[in-house]
Design a protein around this ligand. Structure first.
Ligand SMILES: CC(C)(COP(=O)(O)OP(=O)(O)OC[C@H]1O[C@@H](n2cnc3c(N)ncnc32)[C@H](O)[C@@H]1OP(=O)(O)O)[C@@H](O)C(=O)NCCC(=O)NCCS
Length: 170
């Protein structure tokens, strides 16, 4: 498995994977992978910048995990900054692995890769939000092991689930 920056070539597969794993996000503006991924590839373009700004994002970089044999995108991850804490924090986002390829260490490699990337810059924190929906349970184990500890929780409106905020001091 190789981790590579998201490119126009891998964009359709990356969007399809994320939309499949987080289906409720594609109907939102704030969490729409098609918008975030596409705009991240063209951040100097004013219309891309404007789309990212509408998501409160000031900088966004995404990576894909590619299976060496099939050449397919089997995972994604990303680091982005929000306007409100861009001086001190990166946010980890869109971390997921194709359900057919789970349990082989790909998710761990993607998160470790992103942590290393975040450490190579001068931010103080790596933050993320996740939730206690059952299909994100393994992610909690993965994050906890890496010291991405819970710093806040809030009820998701109209849902029985909670949004969970995590943070790692870099
Ligand atoms: C979370 C996710 C990315 C993990 O991907 P993966 O490739 O299966 O994970 P790995 O095989 O690298 O395993 C990660 C860790 O969890 C542990 N783990 C994996 N599957 C597990 C399971 N079913 N039960 C308990 N622990 C498990 C592994 O032992 C591993 O431990 P390590 O960190 O010490 O190496 C994947 O399950 C996924 O896409 N989930 C849905 C999307 C999601 O929740 N994303 C995060 C949203 S914030």
């Amino acid at each position: 498995m190789n981790i590579k920056p998201l490119s126009y070539e891998t964009l359709p597969e990356a969007i399809s994977l994320v939309d499949n794993i987080f289906p409720y996000q594609k109907d939102t503006m704030y969490e729409n992978a098609r918008i975030a991924f596409s705009a991240s590839l063209d951040q100097d373009n004013p219309s891309s910048r404007s789309l990212l700004e509408q998501m409160q994002i000031t900088e966004a970089n995404y990576w894909v995990a590619i299976d060496e044999n099939s050449g397919k995108v089997v995972g994604t991850t990303g680091l982005y900054t929000y306007a409100e804490d861009e001086a001190e924090a990166y946010w980890l986002g869109y971390t997921c692995v194709d359900p057919d390829c789970r349990g082989q260490g790909i998710g761990a490699k993607l998160v470790d890769f992103a942590i290393e990337k975040a450490r190579s810059n001068d931010k103080k924190f790596l933050r993320l939000y996740t939730s206690n929906v059952p299909n994100q349970a393994v992610a909690q184990i993965l994050y906890e092991k890496r010291g991405l500890l819970i710093i806040g929780e809030e009820q998701i409106q109209g849902s029985k689930f909670k949004k969970i905020y995590r943070e790692l001091k870099l």
